[in-house]
Design a protein around this ligand. Structure first.
Ligand code: AHR
Length: 659
């Protein structure tokens, strides 16, 4: 009886396999044909101070308008009693400060109160470093964290005294410890004594920043970046590189040195969209180029700064408003100086600035982008001048040019040949496009010129048609499309989703990779797609075909997309498959080219899936859709699987030799 049942089970299994094989989409991976090397930079990050990504986000400063330099000098502050705005402060580029004087009555108060960025988030038991530049003789300050709710609730829940005891400007510090968690506290400073005190650069940081650095970054947000294991980090934008006009373009030199003396710049995202107007959104440059380089180093990514090429926002300005060709020298000098800042010896002018900021070792800059998403003849004209100088002075630096804001069409078709003529090393392509575009572009790079510049897919995200928010289906489209990036790793050397961060109360653009509020952050489905690719990028492409064709969602492929890589360090074959259709599909993957003595073992399957295609993780429910890992076994060299509808799956097998 037992034998009978075993035979029956074997028959059912065999029949099942036969049926599976009959209906299945048969994919073939050539394990013995190593394709292109996959660049370590392949999957990276693009950071821009949009959506309160820097000030109010990654940059952990909790005080808004800390130097009273916003055009409305008291924006973000409530003042009470005898407060005067002064403009002859100790920091040349931030001259404003406040004078707190006697209120004229012993029961009345003088002080200032800061509202933070959508409030000040503090956590129970956590410490916060209050610091201020001040002068005054034996003046007492009371520093408070207050709850900012109803009038009855507007009371201090933490309070510390600070004595200002010098006629000269000096920095003072006191640590506040919050007894409670408050997402929207305020910071209040009272003058307690009867005299006068001057205050400048009023600052409050969590003590527990990333790597506990002063002037540091928000820990949970850097952790999210670190956890992607990014290969490249592009900064500081995006449109903010261009600015609205010459005066407001991003100038890296203004962002280094003592933080108190970095001048304020407007953030063009505060007014770019009328329906998402944030008049209090500025760039303090507290997160500047030193910090960007340091962050790149911390997260193990190659730094990729983008510099202004002499063009300000082309959407907002006429061509004749741009910096004339004869006036580009200082822009080009900025590029040369930046290379010196990043890589120069400590005896050089800019190398010394870096060393004085605490990093004598070079940052080992290898890539430099000139221009954001510029277009038209005015771009190559300017880029040419940069290329000529940079090639001579720094042949070791790889130059990144741009193909403009369009993913195809007239401007795109004009710029690519121009970039080839200029022999830039990489071309930055941008595409924020709907589902249909992503589904149709699986083989976008299959026929790209292999001899020209390499591709940097520098900004992309699926913007669902009528669904411009983060949701699972958009992430699935990105996963499917990325099989094409991977298959073409010989020509695609970098890819970075965009934008990276968004504050839930202060966003201008969505979807975004990581959302946060004042206390918490959430990794979206798109984040997990990026992470799965980055963690499993392998070292070499392996050919993967179905009916001898690449699996790129072509006709007859039922919405399947797939790619395969070999990881020489882990000795692993990794296959990624996206089923973008809404039906389950049997798939068999045959691993050809294995030696008789080879076996595929330690099979792992990681699945990203959501029953509700319109949903994503939220700050309130951050772990609804996450990759799920399970073991998987393989029969000989054939993997038979049922691909669930609308699912992204990654299979990984270690190749073991029986010998
Ligand atoms: O990522 C948002 C914006 O999109 C970038 O600033 C710009 O480069 C692109 O238009």
């Amino acid at each position: 009886m037992k034998l009978h049942r075993t035979l029956f089970t074997a028959w059912v299994f065999a029949a099942g396999v036969a049926l599976h094989a009959q209906n299945a989409h048969n994919m073939v991976v050539q394990t013995n044909k190593l394709g292109a090397e996959i660049q370590p930079t392949m999957y990276g990050l693009f950071f821009e101070d949009i959506n309160y990504g820097a000030d109010g986000g990654l940059y952990a400063e909790l005080v808004k308008n800390r130097s009273f330099e916003f055009p409305q000098r008291f924006m973000g502050w409530n003042v009470f009693g005898n407060v005067t705005l002064m403009d002859d402060g100790p920091f040349e580029r931030n001259p404003h400060y406040v004078r707190l004087g006697n209120s004229g009555h012993r029961e009345k108060h003088t002080g200032i109160e800061n509202e933070g960025f959508f409030g000040i988030g503090v956590k129970e038991g956590a410490e916060y470093r209050f610091s201020v530049w001040a002068r005054g003789e034996n003046q007492k300050l009371r520093i408070e964290l207050i709850k900012n709710d109803t009038m009855e609730e507007r009371q201090a829940f933490e309070s510390k005294e600070l004595t200002v005891n010098s006629k000269d400007w000096k920095q003072y510090e006191v640590i506040l410890k919050s007894p409670r968690t408050e997402p929207k506290a305020h910071l209040r400073i009272f003058l307690e004594s009867a005299g006068t005190v001057d205050l400048e650069h009023v600052s409050l940081f969590p003590v527990d920043t990333w790597k506990e650095r002063k002037n540091g970054l928000r820990k949970d947000l850097v952790q999210a970046l670190y956890d992607i294991k990014p290969g490249v980090f592009r900064f500081p934008g995006g449109c903010i590189v261009e600015g609205t006009d010459e005066a407001t373009r991003y100038e890296w030199k203004k962002t280094v040195g003592a933080v108190e003396n970095r001048p304020l710049n407007e953030n063009r995202w505060h007014y770019t969209f009328k329906h998402r107007f944030f008049p209090d959104y500025f760039q303090t440059y507290g997160l500047g180029f030193f910090e960007y380089f340091q962050l790149s180093e911390d997260i193990g990514a190659e730094p990729l700064p983008i510099l202004n090429c002499g063009l300000v926002c082309q959407y907002q300005n006429d061509p004749d408003q741009q910096v004339s060709l004869s006036k580009l020298d200082s822009y080009i000098q900025d590029a040369l100086d930046l290379i010196e800042f990043a890589n120069g010896d400590v005896t050089t002018t800019w190398g010394k600035v870096r060393a004085d900021m605490g990093h004598p070792a070079p940052f080992n800059l290898k890539f430099l982008g000139i221009g954001n998403e510029q277009w038209g003849p005015e771009y190559p004209e300017r880029l040419k001048q940069f290329v000529e100088v940079l090639r001579k002075a720094h042949p070791e630096i790889k130059i990144v040019g741009s193909s403009g804001p369009q993913s195809e069409g007239k401007d795109f078709d004009y710029l690519w040949p121009e970039m080839k003529n200029l022999k830039v090393d990489l071309v930055d392509e941008h595409f924020y496009r709907p589902e249909s575009w992503f589904l149709a572009q699986g083989n976008r790079y299959d026929n790209y010129d292999r001899k020209g510049p390499k591709v940097f897919a520098g900004e992309y995200a699926c913007h669902g048609k009528g669904k411009k928010w983060n949701h699972f289906n958009a992430a699935l489209m990105e996963a499917a499309f990325m099989t094409g990036l991977e298959r073409n790793a010989d020509v695609v050397h970098m890819a970075t989703y965009a934008p990276l961060f968004a504050h839930v109360e202060g966003w201008q653009w969505r979807p975004d990779l990581i959302w946060f509020d004042n206390l918490n952050s959430v990794r979206t489905c798109s984040y997990y797609v990026q992470q799965l690719y980055s963690h499993n990028k392998g070292t070499h492409v392996l050919p993967l075909t179905m009916d001898k064709k690449a699996v790129s969602g072509q006709e007859g492929q039922d919405g399947l997309f797939a790619s395969a890589v070999w990881d020489k360090d882990e000795k692993a074959c990794i296959v990624k498959i996206a089923n973008t259709s809404d039906k389950a599909q049997p798939v068999s993957v045959t691993f050809n080219g294995l030696k008789k003595s080879d076996k595929l073992v330690e099979g792992k399957c990681i699945t990203l899936q959501s029953a509700d295609l319109d949903k994503d993780n939220t700050v309130e429910h951050p772990n609804v859709i996450t990759p799920k890992e399970s073991d998987v076994t393989i029969e000989g060299n054939v993997l038979n699987v049922e691909m669930a509808p609308k699912t992204f799956v990654l299979y990984k097998f270690v190749k073991a030799s029986n010998k």
